[in-house]
Ligand binder design. Structure first.
Ligand SMILES: [Zn+2]
Ligand SMILES: [Zn+2]
Length: 480
């Protein structure tokens, strides 16, 4: 079947992580869409073998174990690690083509790669080389502009022979800052509606109403759509409802003078939370005494970049700026710089008991500065722990979530800590479209979508979404 030959999945075809799809524009020329790292259960048995990236560090299963012979270019949909994490291995394997991404992704990419290479234990020299190469190969491409694929353009024509016989366009995906979905339009093939044939890769699609970010741009049409399905079997809590519950937790902290601990990933969720918290504080003058502590060097670095990228914020966020508010840098926000200061704050909160909101990584409590806060405060019943993201099986986060409400304990650094804190889970900060929004993405096109291939999802999520798409009669072709 032609569909299968046109796109090969080197990651996230099955499973959620390791996104990497190879789109063949002709038998000899292809483009890679994303080159992400496998994480959690996907990392076992992924990749493997003596791949071309072997020896460059990065751990088993993170190699480039496919041929790069046809690959002309790479498009990065956004800079989450499961979409860009294998880029160092790709460069080590010899990839020298252009790397297309939005200016927002370009601004965040170096930070993400630096961190990923540290975690993967690459040498400092290798990391420096990678960052230099990325800089040289990077083509920051604005949203909504076609990048022309020329047959054999001269150097000044601006068209990329690597994309021939297609042209390419990035469109806002509303997932994290800079995120995009990518459209390839054939220069010489028409679909059954007489329009140029289009193949579209959704990347990760965001939710409507995500703080700071404009809503995803509606899909125009697609003859073949490669669609993410992370939450294909779920519906999110509304923004209003989770904001209400967050407010209730902060209210309680005020009354009992306890700390609110929020383990959060550095990029995306942290900035969304800060934005919501600033608004809650702004709303109620009595809360202006609440201290908000951002204690994660990486999250602070991303937050700074998010602030710089305010031209990409949505209208609501820009209106707040115009009203002389600072959604990501408000007065009560304290950014912890040094490890010494981190320790001081932990001790202070433990000794004195003071209403404070602490946002610290890692999101699943398996490392990072949040661990020290938990050790000091999880045994105190005034403490509230608020989870805003998925907690994987066998992480401390999952233990707290599961055993906390039953008066159990959590193991942190090989030691048991009894849980007396209140445990909350707020859905919807995940920044992935839910089933309703995914169906809407298919529904609002100018012509029905042709074939759909579901990726970036667990089997249950895919099956549920496929059934929903079939039942809604949304496409003219098949969904698989
Ligand atoms: Zn993502
Ligand atoms: Zn992803």
């Amino acid at each position: 079947m032609q569909q299968n030959k046109e796109v090969i999945h080197h990651g996230a075809g099955e499973g959620v992580t390791g996104s990497c799809h190879e789109f063949f524009m002709s038998p000899e020329r292809s483009v890679l869409i994303d080159c992400g790292m496998f994480q959690g259960p996907d990392a076992f048995g992924a990749g493997g073998g003596a791949g071309a990236g072997a020896g460059a560090g990065g751990g088993a299963g993170q190699d480039i174990n496919f041929s790069l012979d046809a690959v002309q270019a790479l498009v990065l949909t956004h800079c989450h690690i499961d979409h860009v994490g294998r880029l160092p291995a790709l460069l080590a394997a010899g990839f020298r083509g252009p790397i297309y991404c939005t200016p927002g992704t370009a601004a965040l990419l170096a930070l993400v790669l630096e961190d990923a290479m540290k975690v993967a234990n690459y040498s400092a020299a290798f990391a420096t080389t990678v960052l230099k190469r990325v800089q040289a190969q990077l083509h920051a491409t604005p949203l909504d502009v076609w990048v022309e694929g020329g047959a054999d353009p001269g150097p000044d024509q601006g068209a990329d022979p690597g994309l021939h016989p297609f042209r390419m366009r990035l469109r806002n995906a509303g997932h994290i800052m800079g995120s995009a979905y990518v459209e390839f339009e054939s220069l010489n093939e028409r679909d059954s509606n007489g329009r140029p044939r289009r193949v579209v890769f959704s990347g990760d699609l965001g939710c409507k109403g995500t703080p700071l970010l404009p809503d995803p741009t509606p899909l125009e049409y697609a003859d073949y759509l490669i669609l993410e399905s992370t939450y294909g079997d779920r519906l999110h809590e509304s923004r209003a409802s989770r904001r209400f519950r967050l407010k209730a937790v902060i209210e309680k902290a005020f009354v009992d003078r306890g700390a609110v601990l929020i383990p959060a990933f550095s990029i995306g969720r942290t900035q969304e939370l800060l934005y919501e918290i600033e608004d809650l504080i702004h709303e109620d003058p009595k809360w202006r005494k609440m201290t908000v502590i951002l204690d994660s060097p990486l999250a602070s670095a991303y937050t700074k970049q998010y602030r710089r990228l305010k031209a990409l914020w949505d209208e609501e966020a820009r209106q707040r700026l115009a009203d002389d508010r600072h959604p990501l840098n408000f007065e009560r926000l304290h950014v912890v710089e040094s490890h010494h200061e981190h320790q001081q704050i932990v001790e202070l909160l433990e000794a004195r008991g003071e209403p404070a909101i602490v946002i610290a990584a890692s999101g699943m409590c398996s490392g990072g500065r949040i661990v020290n806060y938990l050790k000091a405060l999880i045994g105190d019943e005034r403490t509230d722990v608020v989870f805003v993201g998925y907690q994987a099986v066998s992480t401390p986060g999952r233990q707290i979530q599961e055993y906390g409400p039953r008066g159990g304990y959590v193991v942190l650094d090989h030691q048991r800590y009894p849980i007396r804190a209140q445990i909350h889970t707020l859905g919807g900060y995940s920044a992935h479209a839910d089933q309703r929004e995914l169906l809407e993405f298919l529904h609002t096109t100018v012509a029905p979508v042709g074939n759909v291939r579901l990726v970036h999802g667990e089997a249950n999520a895919k099956a549920a979404l496929a059934t929903a798409i079939r039942n809604a009669n949304l496409i003219t072709g098949t969904v698989m």
